[in-house]
Write a protein that binds this ligand. Structure first.
Ligand SMILES: *Cc1c(COP(=O)(O)O)cnc(C)c1O
Length: 401
């Protein structure tokens, strides 16, 4: 989206505001499916937790996407958005057996990542097909918060526990229809991904009734100029070749599945905020904006650097700024960033605000969560209202004191 389009949307709906560019979501989806066009059966299951607005889910559904969910509420959102249960996979970690059974009863594909749950589930529901989440113990990327395939990770069933796993499957006579890995959200190196894929192929040989192999996600997208991004075209070429060879060896048609979140929606999102104050101190110039980590927690939580532009005055002389929020504790979006000269009242646009931004927003400081807008066919569509004071009061029970 162009700066002037973003500016007009900010003027219409106010700040802080999340704006999503439908065309970018579509082009990322197509990029991925094109990279794997030689695979007969390809399924993309969008990871709902990245951005769970119903209109975004419906847009992805129209493109043919399925869903990857991590909670029963995400499953319910998906069903509400019109997804068929068999186009939803549920990959929880550390949830109760009750929740898993509830989701299975809805006809959704279950993905189990724990031997104890597998044993319990297999004993009670031997006829329900189950996918198994394997931990191949491959270190993907450098961020330990989001890297989930390493040896100490709580995710997945360790590849070293394969004999135990096979024993459980044999004893319960359960039907394993898929195997899965998700090595974390920071894959830099295609070779590392392919190495993990080999471990998954090796594991797959032990199961005779597989319908799909799910390679999870972890595609890296650029946050700023010069950032490395996953070359999905190269991954497509290399993994397709291995997948087709494996399929032959396995002797049965398989679906190749991915479950990207960030890759599909990160770059489609813009977070727009208004500058309340410009404050010159002895050491720096602060630009204080009308939002904080209550609305965009990634910089404080993960150290993410979102590219920031002054869309009100994009062509001014660049100066160094620290962009800070209004929360009464450290609340820094960027330090010493070169940004086109900022005046009070200007609108700043944060890039890469599609994934894990609105979905991680809170009401901290009793602020309203921002509105969300979908930009589609050159028009702005409001897809979530800004909260009101009613929302802050909702669910509070006032007692006589
Ligand atoms: C979060 C998650 C994803 C999506 O990860 P991205 O890095 O956003 O692509 C995929 N699969 C599972 C199981 C997840 O938990």
């Amino acid at each position: 989206m162009e700066s002037n389009q973003l500016l007009s949307v900010a003027e219409e709906f106010g700040c802080p505001l999340y704006v999503y560019d439908a065309a970018k979501i579509e082009s990322q989806y197509n990029r991925l499916t094109n990279a794997f066009s030689k695979v007969e059966k390809l399924r993309i299951n969008y990871a709902v937790k990245a951005l769970s607005n119903l209109s975004v889910l419906k847009l992805l559904k129209k493109m043919g996407s399925g869903l990857d969910t991590v909670s029963i509420q995400e499953v319910q959102l998906g069903l509400h958005a019109g997804f068929a249960p068999d186009h939803i996979i549920y990959t929880p970690n550390g949830v109760s057996m009750d929740e898993i059974e509830e989701v299975a009863a809805l006809g959704v594909q279950i993905n189990i990542d724990n031997l104890s749950i597998l044993e319990q589930f297999g004993a009670k529901h031997p006829n329900t097909p189950v996918c198994i989440r394997i931990n191949p113990h491959v270190m993907a990327g450098g961020n330990t918060n989001i890297s989930v395939g390493h040896i100490d990770s709580k995710f997945g069933i360790s590849i070293h526990q394969l004999p135990h796993l096979l024993r459980i499957v044999e004893n319960t006579k359960m039907h394993i229809n898929g195997i899965h890995m998700h090595t974390g959200s920071d894959i830099l190196d295609i070779e590392v991904f392919l190495y993990a894929a080999e471990i998954l192929f090796d594991t797959a040989k032990h199961f005779k009734e597989l319908d799909f192999i799910d390679f999870g996600s972890g595609f890296k997208v650029p946050y700023k100029k010069g950032d490395i991004e996953t070359n999905v075209e190269e991954l497509g070429k290399k993994l397709t070749k291995r997948f087709l060879a494996f399929e032959k060896e396995y002797g049965r048609e398989l679906t190749l599945t991915f479950e990207p979140g960030k890759f599909l929606v990160s770059e489609a999102g813009f977070f727009l905020a208004k500058v309340n104050v410009v404050k010159q101190t002895t050491s720096t110039v602060f630009a204080g904006i009308d939002t904080g980590f209550n609305h965009l927690i990634r910089p404080m939580f993960y150290g993410s650097e979102h590219f920031i532009e002054n869309i009100s005055h994009p062509k001014g002389k660049e100066r160094f700024y620290s962009v800070v929020g209004y929360i009464c504790e450290t609340d820094t979006f960027a330090t010493n960033r070169r940004i086109s000269e900022i005046k009070e009242g200007d609108i700043l646009s944060f890039r890469n605000a599609g994934a894990y931004c609105f979905t991680m927003a809170s009401n901290y400081n009793s602020r309203f969560k921002p509105a969300e807008v979908l930009w589609k066919d050159d028009k702005a569509h409001l897809i979530r209202q800004r909260e009101t004071f009613e929302d802050i009061l909702r669910n509070q029970v006032e007692i006589e004191l």
